[in-house]
Structures are given as structure tokens and as C-alpha cells.
Design a protein around this ligand. Structure first.
Ligand code: AHM
Ligand code: MG
Length: 334
């Protein structure tokens, strides 16, 4: 029988990779894994909400039912608070960052940026959603953490990952030494290593973009989409269009099969839609670690200096050759 490696075992085995680590990062990752299992349980029950009680009603334990994105936010923050390794959380669900003050976290050095439940408009229709997280380290544990310490470029991430609540639930993460994927085995309640050392194909035939916005795209992106649709045997065109509308699901599929995900600027979202700190940076770190590429059309996502917590950016992310191709179209249209 094949040996099963759980997420917890794997994290401990890999701890030696960090010269500075005393186990705190491992504990932080483990805490995120535990919260993900709790959120997974609720996501799985989402379709039963009408039977068990909807928002504003009271469930059988006398607790009010919460929207799942709020629930996920609370679970991750609570896990990070009780873990004691994290000093501040920036979440899509909160305008300001959340400072963690507690006796056990007074020497905490890790900063976590998180989108607790991304693609939440897909929950009502039983389509995959995800959690995305990014972890940074503080240079000091002195004094209260300030905004500038949180606004670090993506290249300084010490770890990043996502959870996809899909036909099976997976947690995929990197600490800068490759990418590993774990599938939740519900029978034992553990994430088990299922996708060791994930590598993104250098090229692909899938493009993922909300084509309904075509008219609002910059010319270079319009030209690239037309390129994807033109017949050409040598490059296997026309390419296949696949768009779930949950960034995690679209990028997870493309990571495995090869492909590109695009969310450019549009006339209605001149800065792009997706958020740099907790959507684009963590996914860019993972995709680069798997051998892919992530840019805003001109610059590497990981090198953008964030100016605010909820900053948006256009993003082109996926198989290196495909991302380079769209960059070429953007350059030519300038
Ligand atoms: P959310 O954080 O409000 O869920 O929005 C992020 C999601 C991404 O998962 C997805 O790729 C994108 O929004 C889809 O946007 P659109 O509906 O404009 O295509
Ligand atoms: Mg989101």
C-alpha cells in the first residue's frame, strides 16, 4: 500500500527548509489547514441552508445562520488568533487590518492576508469556491505592527496557498520551494499529499476570461482573444475557453492542464477587479513556483509595490508562453 502523507506530517518534514524557522510557520500553516476543514464542512452543507434555516433565521442550536463568506472570515481569523503565530490579518471582508492582541501572540511575527471565500457568488449554485492566503514575516516583533509592514511586495511572501472547495477539496501551497497539493480525505478528515511538486505546463490551449466584457477590454487584450479564436493547426488553435468565475478554480484547472487566466483592466474597472494583496500575489507566487508566469501586462505581479490593502491590479497568469504572448499583443497595441 502507498504511504499516505498528511498535510501536518508534510509541514513538519519540510520545516528544516527554513533556516530561521522555529516551527511558527509550520504551526501557522497547520492552523490554516484546520480552519479550511471547518469551512469545507459548511460549504458542503450550503445547499441545505433552505432546509436548515436561511440568513436571519435561527438554526437548531439557536445560533443565527451566517452568510458563508462571513463565516469563513470568522473561522480563519479565529484560527489565526488562537494559534498565536500571527500578529495581524488583512482580509477581503474588512476595510482595515485586524491586529491580534493576546498574551500568546505578543511575539508573533507573521502577517496574513486572506480572501476567506473567493468566488462567493458561486455558492448559491453549487459551483467551486476557494480560500486564498498569503503570509509575510515581520522584521521585528517590537511595537505594534504598522501598515507599511503589511504593504510588502509579493516577492517577500514566505508562504502562500489556496483551498479549492470543489468536487473534492484541495489545499495547495508553497513556501518558495515548489508547490504541493493535498486532497481532503473526508473519511479520515485529513488533507493528504496527492499532487507532489506540481509543475505548470509551459504552454496550453485553455484561456479563461469573462468574455462578456469584451467591448470594455484594452485593444491588446481584444487582439489576444481574437488570436486565441483563429484556426491554426500548428499552435492547436482555436483554443478552448473555460471560465468558472471563481479565480481559484480557474487557476487550479489551468495549473494542472496548462492555460492562461486573464482579468485585465476594463472601462468599468480601470484598475482591474482583482485584489493584489490577497488574490493576485498569493496565486502569482504559486504559479511562478510551479514554473508559470504572472504579470499585470507589463510588470511581474510580485514586484508591484502595494500602496493600500485592497488595491486592485489587472492580472495575466498561467503558462509562461501564453502569458508572454498576451504581453506581446499588449506591447504591440501601445
Ligand atoms: P469576489 O472576491 O467578490 O468573490 O470576486 C472575485 C472573483 C474571482 O474569483 C473571479 O475570477 C472574478 O471575481 C470573477 O469576476 P467577473 O464576474 O467580473 O468575471
Ligand atoms: Mg475575492
Amino acid at each position: 500500500m502507498r504511504k499516505v502523507t498528511t498535510l501536518g506530517q508534510f509541514i513538519i518534514e519540510k520545516q528544516a527548509d527554513f533556516p530561521y524557522a522555529k516551527g511558527e510557520l509550520s504551526r501557522l500553516l497547520r492552523d490554516i489547514g484546520i480552519a479550511a476543514k471547518i469551512v469545507n464542512r459548511e460549504v458542503n452543507k450550503a445547499g441545505l441552508v433552505d432546509i436548515l434555516g436561511d440568513n436571519g433565521t435561527v438554526n437548531i442550536q439557536g445560533e443565527g445562520q451566517k452568510k458563508l463568506d462571513v463565516y469563513a472570515d470568522e473561522q480563519f481569523i479565529s484560527a489565526l488568533r488562537s494559534g498565536g503565530e500571527c500578529c495581524v490579518v488583512a482580509s477581503e471582508e474588512h476595510d482595515d487590518c485586524i491586529l491580534i492582541h493576546s498574551e500568546i501572540s505578543k511575539n508573533a511575527k507573521y502577517i496574513v492576508c486572506i480572501d476567506p471565500l473567493d468566488g462567493s457568488s458561486n455558492i448559491d449554485v453549487n459551483v467551486s469556491v476557494g480560500t486564498i492566503f498569503s503570509i509575510y514575516r515581520r522584521a521585528t516583533t517590537e511595537g505594534t505592527v504598522c501598515l507599511d509592514e503589511i504593504l510588502q511586495k509579493g516577492i517577500y511572501q514566505v508562504a502562500a496557498g489556496y483551498v479549492i472547495y470543489g468536487s473534492s477539496t484541495m489545499l495547495v501551497y508553497t513556501t518558495g520551494k515548489g508547490v504541493n497539493g493535498f486532497t481532503l480525505d473526508p473519511s479520515i478528515g485529513e488533507f493528504c499529499l496527492s499532487h507532489p511538486d506540481m509543475q505548470m505546463p509551459r504552454d496550453g490551449v485553455i484561456y479563461s476570461i469573462n468574455e462578456g466584457n469584451y467591448i470594455k477590454f484594452p485593444q491588446g487584450v481584444k487582439d489576444y482573444i481574437k488570436y486565441c479564436q483563429v484556426e491554426d493547426k500548428a499552435t492547436q488553435r482555436p483554443f478552448t475557453s473555460r471560465y468558472v468565475g471563481s479565480m481559484v478554480a480557474d487557476i487550479h484547472r489551468n495549473l494542472i492542464k496548462g492555460g492562461i487566466f486573464l482579468y485585465p483592466t476594463t472601462s468599468s474597472h480601470p484598475q482591474g477587479k482583482l485584489r493584489l494583496m490577497y488574490e493576485c500575489n498569493p496565486l502569482a507566487f504559486i504559479i511562478e513556483q510551479a514554473g508559470g508566469r504572472a504579470t499585470d501586462g507589463h510588470r511581474r505581479i510580485l514586484e508591484i509595490q502595494p500602496e493600500s490593502l485592497h488595491q486592485r491590479t489587472p492580472i495575466f497568469i498561467g503558462s509562461t508562453d501564453m502569458v508572454e504572448k498576451v504581453e506581446e499583443f499588449i506591447r504591440l497595441s501601445a
